[in-house]
Design a protein around this ligand. Structure first.
Ligand code: SF4
Ligand code: SF4
Length: 170
């Protein structure tokens, strides 16, 4: 088991970056790209079938970790809701001056609304920085895994992987 998982319950950024599904710094600078944070050898492969660009490969055996062909990935995000492990994100470092976007699966209700100010959180659910929701996608094909996209200051894009759960007003 990876050291970060063993000691904290989730992997370190260094462990994730060395996985075959994590794009290179150079690719991240070019625009939206999938970030696959799937680092355990588990029998799973819907992500491989989900990508219309054939940018994700698992092959045989099925316990291989997903490999991202970062040059084939066009950043469509279709793989995000297909991952049962909620381990795929989309990061765009080129969104705007000093501003990045992070898209992630969000399986809680109520869903946030576009334009809403939110608290962006890291992989452990700890607050990182303020964010703004710019897209909420929940078509039937997502099979009840909505995808939320937020803007955050660019320097936090590698850390932010979700938002604090929205509380319904009583
Ligand atoms: S973002 Fe789109 S092109 Fe990139 S790996 Fe996912 S499904 Fe494939
Ligand atoms: S679908 Fe998700 S959990 Fe399954 S192999 Fe792909 S990235 Fe890993």
């Amino acid at each position: 088991m990876l050291q970060g998982v063993k000691t904290r319950g989730y992997p370190s950024l260094q462990e994730l970056e060395s996985a075959p599904g994590y794009p290179s710094p150079g690719r991240l600078e070019k625009g939206p790209v999938a970030v696959i944070e799937c680092i355990e050898e588990i029998p799973c492969n819907p992500c491989e079938q989900a990508c219309p660009q054939h940018a994700i490969t698992i092959g045989e055996p099925i316990t291989n970790r997903p490999h991202l062909d970062e040059d084939k990935c066009i950043g469509c995000g279709l793989c995000i809701p297909r991952c049962p492990g909620l381990a795929i994100f989309l990061v765009d470092l080129t969104y705007g001056q000093g501003v990045a976007t992070v898209a992630f699966p969000y399986e809680y209700l109520p869903l946030p609304e576009e334009g809403q100010a939110v608290q962006a959180v890291n992989r452990a659910g700890e607050p990182v920085c303020p964010g703004t929701v710019i897209k909420v996608q929940n078509p039937k094909v997502n099979d009840q895994t909505p995808v939320v996209t937020i803007t955050v200051p660019r320097e936090y894009a590698a850390e932010v992987r979700g938002i604090r759960r929205i509380r319904r007003e009583r």
